[in-house]
Design a protein around this ligand. Sequence first.
Ligand SMILES: Cc1ncc(COP(=O)(O)O)c(C=O)c1O
Length: 400
Amino acid sequence: MGFISDSLNRIQPSATIAISNKAMQLKAEGRDVIGLAAGEPDFDTPRNIKDAAIRAIEAGKTKYTPVDGIAELKTAICSKFKRENGLDYKPSQVTVGSGGKQVLFNALMATVNPGDEVIVPAPYWVSYPDIVMLAGGKPVFVDGLPENGFKLQAQDLARAITPRTKWLILNSPSNPSGAAYTRAELKALTDVLLQQPHVWVLSDDMYEHLVYDNFEFTTPAQVEPKLYERTLTMNGVSKSYCMTGWRIGYGAGPEQLIKAMAKLQSQSTSNPSSIAQWAAVEALNGPQDFIAANNKVFKQRRDLVVAMLNQAHGLSCPTPEGAFYVYPSCEGCIGKTAPSGNPIRNDEDFVTELLAAEGVAAVHGAAFGMSPFFRISYATATEVLEDACRRIQRFCGNLR
Ligand SMILES: Cc1ncc(COP(=O)(O)O)c(C=O)c1O
């Protein structure tokens, strides 16, 4: 019997974190590397949010708090859901964790029994399948095909549901594809779920604010109020508020689920950082206008990256509705040979050789469950992105 537990042996370390670390390591060794693998805005946390944290420190708000969040933050979260999503939640229906990842982790660990199935539309955020497997569950992958904008189709969802299905995880706008579901597209999915009362919905709305071209964001509990009683609506301040390092995420749903999640958190991390919680109160209650200003820049970068990648030999890059990722196909490069002499057999070879030849770090599509694609995060300075896209064009042009 090995020392490491069977449950841990079922899962893999996060591929995106591994590639970001590799890029950082190469940089530290003096290599000229552009990291496009990490999923975080390059913008600084807004001043008013930092000031709220400093005030919290000065006021001695540095002690343990209630396990799943201070009352002031829960109230701010309820106001946010009402104001932005038309959803009524009481503070007792709200949970706060150390990042959206912990909220998701708590929800799955608190509810999934061995053999339970969780539907994960592909391409998916890398952590979903591993958390499901850690909990002893079985991720059931359903492809959102490129011709459908990488979105799950109602008939495919209906086919994937079995009596063992516990959750459907929906993530719009999506990491890694940037795809966002319109109200009508979500309604088609929620109509399927209305026929399946045993299936719960975990809506990961982390990229809610990062949508472009006047796209209207909606979330399942809003589109189909009849699903409210079996939906966990998850969100956080990491992406929209440029607060990835502060580690605050939250979720809202039925009290029974929220209580179970708090029980788990009480025996693991306890409360998220008290200081970060006060910063999040300011993020949610304070001025929101910087989000639109940031989005203007993100949209310009998205359009730049899409245009430049579509000029590269063998690449084809759709324009996503949101988030700060593009998910181009590298199908036209498969079967070619890299400058190193190594063959490009798949998307993992493509990103490995791209890093070796041109020092651009991207993440292979296989890590997100759909090949042959790769993910680029465009949350990086515009001139750096331009440089990176030129290098990718050169790399593709040099393949033989
Ligand atoms: C889709 C998605 N959900 C959740 C998270 C987790 O966010 P946090 O950093 O708040 O844990 C991420 C972060 O990359 C994400 O991309």
